[in-house]
Design a binder for this molecule. Sequence first.
Ligand code: FES
Length: 186
Amino acid sequence: MKNSSESQANKKHFNSSDHPSGDERFKVIDRTMKRFDFEKDALLEVLHATQESFGFLSNDLLIYISSQLRVPLSQVYGVATFYHSFTFEPLGKHNCIICTGTACHVKGSATITQALSEQFEVPIGKTTEDGLFSLTTARCLGSCGLAPVAVLDGEVHGRQSPQSTISLVKDILARETEVLEQGEPG
Ligand code: FES
């Protein structure tokens, strides 16, 4: 028979706010669901919070959201795949989002996306083989006055052209190469 101090020691202490997996990132999802009182209507908001926290939507995450909000998994998949801003694979170290909203589209955002895809040999929505660069798109990034807009590593760049966005990405990737070279033994 266990004495009381043993059983105390064996007890796992979870705060009610802790996720059983121990992964802190779940807190962001849980908080968002709580904020909306676990209403099914919160689905889109919860998906955004999940993507922000984890960087992408894995199957396990979608199943978790489905069970917590009591929304059929097919509906969760339906919403997640409808919006281009969601990704289902981990993003690369650097991420460039090109806006495909109306204002940006009219001002040629599709040619920017295409040019980046060709220049860095990465399909839209994917990551380069070295894991350094992802090219994604989103519908309206909320800066329509600056169209066409690119967001590179979270920084908004307005009035872009294929050349200007390519050189922004090149600069970032060149810095990566410098860091790698400095790390190599001389
Ligand atoms: S349409 Fe591109 S920022 Fe709104």
